[in-house]
Ligand binder design. Structure first.
Ligand SMILES: NC(=O)c1ccc[n+]([C@@H]2O[C@H](COP(=O)([O-])OP(=O)(O)OC[C@H]3O[C@@H](n4cnc5c(N)ncnc54)[C@H](OP(=O)(O)O)[C@@H]3O)[C@@H](O)[C@H]2O)c1
Length: 261
């Protein structure tokens, strides 16, 4: 049986590294994309190869169209067929609806929205041979089902990407299935302290942080389940069912006062 290949963007650290590792351990050849984190991405790929898996690190600037195209040229040099793409890379810059700057917002929209859509459409055009099919998975955020005004342009980018899952599934069928995974809080981000993270990550129905392994397993499930397209899976311990007026990191103390064990 031929080996399947997956491209994971932003694979050097955190969730991307977790997804890349799970696919590699499941027998996939993994292309680990990086931008700034060359050493970490190469170390990840070398570590996976040392364990007998197929893995390579690929550089790509997702902040512009040429960078996205150059990344897919490198993918093409490695393989004739891409079976899965996990669009994990993302910026997470703070702003609000009142103070957002057009340039910074456009950058976030490019990296978090346009690049994932572009990579998926290039994959459908150039890396899925006629008669074959692939799967693109966009990593979203539980925020898209639980709106608050913090991280305004980040949220706008993920909202648009969430809506684009169904739209792109319609556009790219039957070559590509397009799915989404919407995680809850997994890692310390932005101005959070460790203490704030520990409390905020448990402010959900199950009172525990989202396990990145569960998000990775959901990606693998979507990539290997042929009947699913145009669908998003929430992997967030029910965080999207706990409405909040602001990002959890800013209101966790008030929230926990109201939740008794
Ligand atoms: N962290 C959480 O708890 C959480 C919660 C909900 C949803 N999510 C979503 O889950 C995904 C992973 O989250 P994370 O916290 O693990 O991500 P992260 O560490 O914030 O970022 C992942 C990678 O994105 C890449 N990236 C950023 N700007 C880029 C650019 N201009 N060009 C190319 N690559 C770029 C970076 O690669 P380099 O380091 O190589 O530059 C970075 O390592 C994201 O889509 C995020 O929105 C995260």
């Amino acid at each position: 049986m031929s080996v399947k290949t997956v491209l994971v963007t932003g694979a050097a650290h955190r969730l991307g590294a977790c997804i890349a590792t799970l696919f590699a351990q499941s027998g996939w050849q993994v292309l680990c994309h990086y931008d700034q984190s060359q050493a970490a991405a190469q170390a990840l790929a070398e570590g996976l190869r040392a364990q007998g898996h197929a893995a390579h690190a690929l550089y790509g600037r997702l902040a512009d169209e040429a960078g996205c195209q150059a990344l897919m040229v490198q993918v093409r040099a490695r393989t004739d067929q891409l079976h899965a793409l996990v669009n994990n890379a993302s910026t997470f810059w703070p702003d609000t609806g009142l103070d957002f700057q057009a340039g910074a917002a456009a950058h976030q929209l490019q990296v978090n929205l346009i690049a994932p859509l572009l990579l998926a459409s290039q994959m459908a055009r150039d890396l899925v041979p006629p008669g074959q099919e692939g799967c693109a998975i966009h990593i979203l955020d539980q925020k898209v089902y639980n709106l608050n005004p913090d991280y305004f342009s980040y949220t706008v980018s993920k909202l648009a990407l969430e809506r684009a899952v169904a739209l792109q599934a319609q556009s790219l069928a039957p070559r590509l299935r397009v799915c989404g995974v919407a995680p809850g809080l997994m890692y310390l981000s932005g101005p959070q302290t460790r203490d704030n993270f520990e409390r905020a990550a448990s402010a959900n129905l199950m009172r525990r942080p989202t396990d990145p392994q569960d998000v990775a397993r959901s990606c693998l499930f979507l990539a290997t389940t042929a009947s699913i397209t145009g669908t998003v899976i929430s992997v967030d311990n029910g965080q999207h069912l706990v409405p909040l007026p602001r990002d959890i990191m800013f209101v966790v103390d008030d929230l926990l006062k109201g939740i008794q064990p």
